[in-house]
Design a protein around this ligand. Structure first.
Ligand code: ADP
Length: 635
């Protein structure tokens, strides 16, 4: 017999499991049954193409209880585990998310409450046994190992593994229930009715029979002479949830299925039940989580849907079933259009999968669009979690998904506290308004202080607020909505003036030609141009970008830390407000003291940079000039 220590992270997890006030401890049964079912799936799949594996059709999962010993046993006829697999699978936290898990656990070191949430988000299935058991014994035999092994653990520091003489392939897990305490009674789990109800509730759809020996009492005609008879009974209906007619599947069933299959402790945000017959035929269950999966942004997140062919499990996370931008969608697909012995490599170029994937993409988008129509508040919940992915979908497809996705977009906007869709924005445009205006800003408050907004505000135009790094890039790909162009309020000509106003500006340009040239000259190559502003009302100056890159894009690209982006710079154009008193003061300076104008010009530019959130070339110089100016002014 060999005794080993659990890896440290597993130890922490065990402690959490055991000590957490996890109210949902009954899920241990569904976790173990689900593992058993997966193990049978694996055996079956392998046996299709491996001649050394006996073909079977009598797969089953058996549940036994012993009230005297206070044990529950779950046995399966699945693939079992070799010695190494036992160590790897049960001696460490399984699940791919383990490193994320540890990180999260450390972040929450002092935060007991969150532990439960954390547990729920990982594939810690097997460990849930310790919520009800003080000792767990796993007897297992793999067809790839000559002998079987027994793993024993009390969920403390160590576990042991020793050889056994189990002959048939599969796994048998025995739980020795914890001692009852006043507030914690575990004996219920030994009762037939409890097991029955748990299986009905959580595991009804499992495709293999879950059997239990049930004692029936029969009486003679007179109702006397009771006789006890033990019969093997199958407790689940075995119809996979996705094969059942839609109207026979309850929301609760879908929710429970989702939670157990995809390790979430929360109900999904929405579930989509798809039955398609036609060019391709498939059934699918799709789920959108109600929270961002913890590892969604990490490298080891595996996107994709589980794939079944004619009810036989082929693989988890089949990438080709879902486009990249919908990687947060979980679910499964069962199709009759793929051959059972298709290799996983072949799957990649498979046209059936392509068709299914396109079909699924449309279904998901439709569902989202319908939620958005019916209940915007609910849609916003989704949007806050996964909105970036939809924008990413527009961006990464160079325009090919514009039509599909454009109506899923919603934005904060300047004329309201809620979100607005592009459709509603365009619907609410003022009569003389030609473009869809947007501004990059982290919040409405900071938007409101932007000088560039002044004239738009005066005209009552709404401005959509972009607060996500990907926003501007996505809009650039979207190009237009409903034939209306997008215009960044901090770049481009906004096309806001009527003819009279335009003439007025032209005249001012002409009258101040020399002065403006002098300003530009004094700023040298720090700006591309200095112009008389057509958009400022109250502020003296603002900075806008020229064609192409905007300031926001400059910031995003720079923040990526990519050397290639280092020299990237949006064109800087300084706009100056001809109706502001400062304009005349500057002109005054210009006519009296050309050197002083240079200082003023540099101060103006620095102010404009600060408002845009862009770095100053030389903060020290800025401060010195300000100081000099204050001294001068107080003389
Ligand atoms: P997960 O199911 O998320 O992988 P678990 O902790 O439930 O996490 O199980 C860890 C691993 O142990 C499984 O992936 C599987 O390889 C193995 N395993 C668990 N139960 C069984 C079983 N009944 N038969 C064979 N292998 C099993």
């Amino acid at each position: 017999m060999e005794t080993r220590k659990f890896k440290t992270e597993s130890k922490r997890l065990l402690d959490l499991m055991i000590n957490s006030i996890y109210t949902n401890r009954e899920i241990f049964l569904r976790e173990l049954i689900s593992n058993a079912s997966d193990a049978i799936d694996k055996y079956h799949y392998l046996s299709l193409n491996d001649e050394n594996l006996e073909k079977r059709s009598d797969y089953s999962i058996l549940i036994e209880t012993d009230e005297k010993e206070r044990t529950i046993t779950i046995s399966d006829t699945g693939i079992g585990m070799t010695y190494d697999e036992l160590n790897d699978n049960l001696g460490t936290i399984a699940s791919s998310g383990s490193s994320e898990f540890i990180k999260k656990m450390k972040e929450n070191e002092n935060d007991k409450l969150n532990e439960v949430d954390i547990i729920g988000q990982f594939g810690v299935g097997f460990y849930s046994a310790f919520m009800v058991a003080k000792k767990v014994v796993v007897e297992t035999k793999s067809p790839f190992s000559k002998v079987g092994y027994t793993f024993t653990s009390t969920g403390e520091e160590e576990y042991s593994i020793e050889e056994n003489n189990k002959e048939d392939n599969g796994t048998r897990i025995t739980l020795f229930l914890r001692d009852n305490k006043e507030e914690d009674n575990y004996d219920d789990f030994l009762k037939e009715y409890k097991i029955r109800s748990l299986i009905k509730k959580y595991s009804d759809y499992i495709r293999y029979p879950i059997n239990m020996n049930v004692t029936h009492t029969t009486y003679d005609e007179k109702g006397e002479n009771p006789k006890e008879e033990v019969k093997l009974e199958t407790l689940n209906s075995m119809v996979p949830l996705w094969k059942k007619p839609k109207n026979e599947v309850t929301k609760e069933e879908l929710n429970e299925f989702y939670k157990s299959k995809f390790y979430d402790y929360k109900d999904p945000f929405t579930s989509i039940n798809v039955h398609v017959e036609g060019a391709v035929s498939y059934n699918s269950l799709l789920f959108i989580p109600s929270e961002v999966p913890m590892n969604l942004y990490s490298r080891d997140y595996e996107k994709g849907l589980s794939l079944y062919t004619k009810g036989v499990f082929i693989m988890d996370s089949c990438k080709d079933l879902i486009p990249d931008y919908l990687r947060f969608v979980k679910g499964l697909v069962d199709t009759s259009d793929l051959s059972l012995n298709i290799s996983r490599e072949m799957l990649q170029q498979n046209t059936v999968l392509k068709k299914i994937s396109q079909n699924i993409e449309t279904k998901v988008v439709k569902e989202l669009a319908s939620i958005k129509e019916k209940d915007l508040t609910r849609y916003v919940e989704f949007w806050k979690n996964f909105g970036s992915f939809i924008k990413y979908g527009i961006y990464e497809n160079y325009g090919s998904k514009n039509d599909l996705l454009k109506d899923l977009l919603i934005y904060h906007h300047s004329n309201g506290d809620d979100f607005i869709s592009l459709k509603d924005y365009v619907g609410g445009m003022k009569e003389d308004q030609k473009k869809i205006y947007f501004a990059s800003s982290s919040s409405k408050d900071s938007l409101n202080s932007l000088p560039q907004l002044e004239l738009l505000k005066k005209k009552g135009y709404d401005v959509i607020i972009l607060d996500d790094n990907i926003d501007e890039f996505a809009l650039q790909v979207l190009d237009k909505y409903d034939d209306k162009e997008f215009a960044n309020i901090s770049s481009e000509d906004l096309d806001l003036l009527n003819d009279e106003e335009k003439n007025d500006i032209e005249k001012k340009k002409e009258d101040n030609k020399d002065f403006i040239s002098a300003l530009k000259e004094s700023l040298g190559d720090k700006v591309k141009d200095v112009v008389i502003s057509k958009r400022l009302v109250d502020s003296p100056v603002c900075l806008v970008s020229g064609e192409g890159l905007s300031f926001e894009m400059e910031k995003v690209l720079k923040a990526q830390g990519n050397q290639m982006n280092e020299g990237i710079k949006a064109e800087r154009i300084l706009e100056i407000n001809p109706n502001h008193p400062l304009f005349d003061s500057l002109k005054n300076v210009y006519s009296k003291d050309k050197d002083q104008l240079k200082n003023y010009a540099s101060l103006l530019l620095d102010q404009a940079l600060l408002i845009e959130g862009l770095p100053l070339d030389n903060p020290l110089e800025f401060s010195k000039k300000m100081t000099d100016l204050m001294i001068e002014a107080s003389k």
